[in-house]
Design a protein around this ligand. Structure first.
Ligand code: SF4
Length: 212
């Protein structure tokens, strides 16, 4: 896996979000591009004050080329609104830009497979470049894969969620707030799902307060 760096434009004049999105279409930084339909880069406000970073596109996102449009994305959008975060403040992206899946036979359902540490590392140059371009005030880390990508391999969402963490970045100190991925809410058993969803909203409220 060569990693994405050689596909990320080096010219500072060609590193806004639209430039990066266009360049990412050609990325061959790891093997995930090949079985996927297309790269799924990001959506939302290119200078949003708050960035939401998830894991990877899912089946519907892969087909449509837009992140967070499937069931987990709808749940996230509702939680963001409930937390009082304005849509125009939000930029959404993923740690890994191609859908990783398993499929028992051609035409069968494609089943999500968690990207491994090598995929996260390979794709990180895109995440670093887009966050440098967007320059959000607060970054919300959705789940373990985004946590590994942004806060290091030993980061544990369950231990660190729901509070403001300060980290140094290429654009100076930034605030990060970790929470669970919305797909984890969907996987929670029925009788505990509302509690899991409320926990996600509560963590997003912490991020909203950090925005000021
Ligand atoms: Fe490139 Fe990331 Fe896709 Fe791998 S997952 S091919 S590094 S955009």
């Amino acid at each position: 896996r060569p990693g994405a760096a050689e596909w990320v434009p080096q010219d500072p004049a060609l590193r806004d979000v639209e430039d990066l999105r266009a360049a990412a279409r050609d990325c061959r930084g790891c093997e995930l591009w090949e079985p996927a339909t297309q790269v799924v880069f990001s959506a939302g406000a290119p200078s949003g004050r708050l960035a939401l970073v998830g894991e990877q596109p899912g089946d519907q996102e892969d087909r449509r080329g837009v992140p967070f449009v499937g069931p987990a994305g709808r749940l996230l959008q509702a939680a963001v609104e409930e937390a009082g975060i304005a849509r125009e403040d939000v930029y959404v992206t993923n740690a890994v830009k191609h859908f990783r899946f398993t499929q028992s036979a051609p035409g069968n359902r494609r089943v999500h497979a968690t990207p491994d540490a090598g995929h996260v590392t390979a794709c990180r140059p895109w995440l670093a470049a887009e966050l440098a371009a967007v320059d959000p005030d607060v970054v919300v880390v959705l789940g373990a894969t985004a946590g590994r990508a942004l806060l290091g391999p030993s980061f544990r969402v369950t231990k660190e969620r729901g509070r403001v963490l300060e980290r140094e970045t290429s654009r100076g100190p930034k605030r990060f707030v970790a929470t669970i991925h919305p797909s984890a809410v969907l996987r929670t058993p029925d009788d505990q799902r509302e509690e899991a969803r409320a926990g996600l909203v509560a963590d997003l409220r912490v991020a909203a307060e950090a925005l000021g």
